[in-house]
Design a protein around this ligand. Structure first.
Ligand code: 4NP
Length: 143
């Protein structure tokens, strides 16, 4: 199973989802951003610091942009909000049926329909709480 996490910049939410989920799965994981602004950069410093207080190390990750080829390269694509999903779907190749889900679909008990972007909210711990809950739900579904 190959799972791709996607957000806007690929420096806050999707690398965090990748970094949390890769600790608990045998699946192949990656992350990407719909925008190209931060290509080549490591995850955002304050995000890494909050994650490292919980024992995660995301420092090896580097931002890249989501491409249409990702529909062929991954079995499951997971966006952080509806804007990500719309941007992802706009690149879907004709005939491709790769599922595209919201991360919050995997933690319905949290009652959230998106992962709020901590780049703007500055609530890095709140984002990590939600991402951890969703990663557990995803693990329960796909292993
Ligand atoms: P992300 O957060 O999509 O969770 O990586 C963002 C990071 C940077 C920007 C926007 C969102 N930005 O505008 O630079």
């Amino acid at each position: 199973m190959k799972v791709l996490f996607v957000c806007l910049g690929n420096i806050c939410r999707s690398p965090s989802a990748e970094g949390v989920f890769r600790e608990m799965t045998q699946a192949t994981t990656d992350s990407a951003g719909t925008a190209a602004w931060h290509v080549g950069k490591p995850p955002y410093g304050p995000m890494q610091e909050a994650a490292s207080r919980r024992g995660y190390d995301f420092s090896d990750l580097r931002a890249r942009q989501f491409t249409a080829n990702d529909f062929e390269a991954f079995d499951l694509i997971i966006g952080m909000d509806d804007s990500n999903i719309a941007d992802i779907e706009s690149l879907r190749p004709q005939g491709n049926t790769t599922p595209v889900k919201r991360l919050t679909d995997y933690a319905p008990e949290a009652g959230m329909d998106e992962v709020p972007d901590p780049y703007y909210t500055r609530d890095f711990d709140g984002a990590l709480d939600l991402i951890e809950a969703c990663a557990k739900g995803l693990k329960a579904k796909i292993g």
